[in-house]
Design a binder for this molecule. Structure first.
Ligand SMILES: [Cu+2]
Length: 384
């Protein structure tokens, strides 16, 4: 847009060109940016306040005398701060849930996007002797639309940040329990059945229970302990993970609230503390396997017809139902877990020198608890 005659006349001191208006707005926007990014903390503003001095000085000089160089200097003085700290600011912009920092940085960038072009244009037009637009008609030029566009984008970004923050604040309270589980149990809820319906958690062991709901309906994982009900919602098609810690050994019934009457129940066996081992195990671990060699089998477990079970506390893909397998099943190589009776294939009980081998190349992890049981009595507990 061409400058009109009255605007040409207004090159004298005190005239408000559009560039000068933008530079002034950018300066106050920068003040606001520093206030907001510091969370309106006076201490933070005192810290940053010195960075405003160049902008303030050159803006005053520009007001005093519309020298082209003062345009350029003001543009740089207002924009430099957020350009210097750009890498830092980009990091802050990646986190819209921190609303003060995010909004402050957005405002700071608005100052850059307003001040630099206005400073450069004011400088070039002043040097060429081109008349500058006045403060009012400047809005209807491309530069004016650009300045408005920057403002609208910034408002949108700040609103987005506010929404993101509200969303994040609604779902996270900042609390929580910072415990590392030392064991994990995987359970599925599918076709209105928990699988496994019975699993073991070692007493006084922080254990993660990971329940995957494969049904299209809401289930719950609910149990009662010492008069207190604990319940975890299992949204359709999702996996819920929670930590349990049981003080005393015993059995804990769990169920799904909506489908308890359909038999959607199960039992957590809280096994007694280790130390009550009735068989001895010698570790013969190698670089590729965990090897449990039976070193001692006192009566009545030696050479009886009892069905032994080896029970994994965590899910295992090779045993049915997950978590349990008879020694007979494990006797041959099967998915990397083997029970190898040294003295023949027909064995039904544990013997000294029998070996349980677990391949380290499978999904088992070091520290995973392993329990060898005979019926309901625990023979040995340890970890991979
Ligand atoms: Cu259910």
């Amino acid at each position: 847009m061409e400058a009109t005659q009255p605007e040409l006349a207004r090159t004298a001191r005190g005239s408000w060109t559009f560039n000068r208006l933008l530079l002034t707005m950018a300066f106050f926007d920068l003040v606001l940016a520093l206030l907001v990014s510091g969370g309106f903390s006076p201490a933070a503003f005192l810290l940053y306040g010195a960075f405003l001095i160049p902008g303030l000085v050159f803006l005053a000089l520009l007001t005093w005398r519309p020298n082209p160089w003062f345009y350029l200097a003001t543009g740089i003085a207002v924009g430099y701060l957020f350009i210097v700290f750009l890498p830092f600011i980009i990091g802050g912009l990646a986190n819209p849930t921190s609303p003060y920092e995010f909004s402050g940085y957005v405002l700071g960038l608005v100052a850059v996007f307003w001040a630099l072009p206005a400073g450069v244009l004011g400088f070039l037009q002043g040097r060429r002797g081109t008349a500058q637009l006045d403060a009012r008609s400047g809005w209807r030029t491309r530069q004016g639309l650009y300045a408005l566009g920057v403002a609208f984008v910034a408002i949108g970004a700040i609103l987005t940040s506010a929404i993101a923050y509200n969303h994040a604040a609604g779902t996270q309270t900042g609390g929580g329990f910072d415990f590392q589980p030392s064991a994990t149990v995987n359970v599925t809820a599918q076709n209105f059945v928990f699988n496994p319906a019975t699993f073991t958690v070692r007493v006084q062991t922080i254990t993660a229970i990971v329940v995957t709901n494969r049904d299209g309906v809401l289930h719950t994982f609910t149990y009662e302990l010492n008069g207190q009900t604990y319940s975890h919602d299992l949204l359709p098609g999702t996996t819920a993970k929670f930590l349990v810690f049981f003080d005393v050994a015993g059995s804990i019934l769990f169920w799904c609230i909506p489908h308890r009457s359909m038999g959607m129940t199960g039992t957590i066996t809280v096994s007694p503390p280790s130390g009550s081992q009735t068989i001895g195990v010698n570790r013969q671990d190698t670089s590729s396997n965990w090897v449990l060699q039976i070193s001692n089998v006192p009566a009545p477990h030696a050479l009886t017809q009892t069905t032994f079970l080896m029970r994994w506390s965590a899910n295992s893909t090779i045993v049915t139902p997950p978590g349990q397998a008879s020694l007979e099943t494990l006797k041959t190589a099967s998915g990397g877990v083997q029970f190898i009776p040294v003295s023949g294939q027909s064995q039904t009980g544990l013997r000294v020198n029998d070996v349980i081998v677990v391949s380290k190349s499978l999904s088992y992890t070091a520290g995973m608890p392993i329990t060898i049981i005979d019926g309901s009595s625990i023979l040995w507990q340890g970890n991979l």
